[in-house]
Design a protein around this ligand. Structure first.
Ligand SMILES: *Cc1c(COP(=O)(O)O)cnc(C)c1O
Ligand code: SF4
Length: 324
């Protein structure tokens, strides 16, 4: 028996799965009128995300996040391949350290989907075969590092064995007291998060644990993400969210408001709202700083202070994210 499709790699199959009602939505959405069926940064979407699109109030927003368009081919001044200076900050194949006493690990090149606005879209991503050993080796000589951030790609796409091996390698270094995971899987592949649950549940006994989800639109949150977040919170994880401010997706005070409130309903606090990193091929998602400030000012009048994310940008070479 064929196993059910869990990811789509071909746009026509994906559109077939969405069905004809959504095809009409797509045709009507100006940004999607120029689909690129053969993009340089490949198309990838989970079936779970396709199902979210099917039940979304605002399917066009979610579609814009994952459907490649010809806008990505435009060369725009100031948009480059490595906008956040990852390459000069790479300390070994998979460790990036930009900030004092904190390190980020590119634990895998795999993601649950390919987001069209990805800042690492042109990054020479590759899977490092021996991440755990490299990280351990690096931490041996960097005993001042107390926070280790697992990023990617998406660290939760690692198989349970590789994921455990990486965590064990980090846990051998007593200087590391905080473990942080950045992931989009609670909205892309909630079932894959659950496969790590036994380990995730044990971790708060060994580290202070922070999970930063990447959710950009309220329609990405459903009962399944709620279950994942509830289980993590129950196990002792601190849950935060970061979003990217995106033209046509979240550049609207009502949408941001809905996102922040729904995150909180699921036990997650808004952390950052990022201005877009200027990677080649993402310029059409840009929202100006002035507009961004206005949006934040507007949601500040509608939400409690703890639900208003910090508006920031990452500037290569700076020692922290920069408030706008
Ligand atoms: C963004 C980032 C961090 C985390 O920064 P916070 O402001 O603590 O969220 C750490 N390391 C690198 C390389 C980063 O890009
Ligand atoms: S999940 Fe993150 S790293 Fe992966 S494509 Fe999306 S934005 Fe890029």
């Amino acid at each position: 028996m064929e196993s059910p499709v869990t990811v789509f790699t071909q746009i026509p199959d994906f559109l077939d799965y969405l069905g004809s009602d959504l095809a009409t939505t797509i045709a009507k959405t100006t940004a999607l009128a120029n689909l690129d069926l053969n993009p340089k940064f490949p198309f990838l979407c989970s079936r779970h995300y396709a199902d979210l699109i099917k039940k979304a109030n605002d399917p066009a927003a979610l579609l814009c996040e994952i459907l490649p368009t010809k806008d990505e081919l435009k060369k725009v001044d100031g948009f480059v391949d490595d906008p956040v200076g990852d390459l000069p900050a790479g300390k070994s194949d998979c460790v990036i350290q930009k900030y004092d006493q904190r390190a980020l690990i590119v634990s895998t090149a795999t993601c649950g989907a390919r987001c069209r606005f990805c800042f690492r879209k042109n990054y020479p991503f590759q899977n490092t075969p021996d991440v755990a050993r490299q990280v351990s080796h690096w931490l041996n000589t960097h005993t001042d590092v107390w926070e280790v951030i697992l990023s990617g790609g998406d660290p939760l796409t690692l198989g349970p064995g590789a994921f455990r091996e990486l965590i064990e390698a980090i846990a051998m270094h007593p200087s590391v007291t905080t473990l942080r995971i950045h992931t989009r899987l609670p909205v892309m592949h909630p079932d894959l998060v659950m496969q790590h649950f036994e380990l995730l549940r044990e971790l708060p006994a060994r580290f202070s644990c922070v999970l930063v989800s990447h959710v950009d639109h309220a329609d990405e949150l459903d009962e399944e993400s709620a279950t994942v977040f509830a289980q993590l919170r129950f196990s002792g994880w601190t849950l935060l969210n970061q979003s990217v401010l995106l033209r046509g997706i979240s550049d609207d005070a009502a949408k941001l408001n809905a996102l922040c409130r729904k995150l909180f309903e699921q036990g997650v606090l808004p952390y950052y709202l990022h201005q877009l990193d200027h990677a080649n091929g993402v310029a059409h998602f840009e929202v100006s700083d002035d507009e961004a400030r206005k949006l934040i000012a507007e949601i500040r009048t509608k939400l409690p202070g703890y639900l208003v994310p910090k508006l920031v940008r990452e500037i290569a070479g700076e020692k922290s994210k920069t408030p706008i």
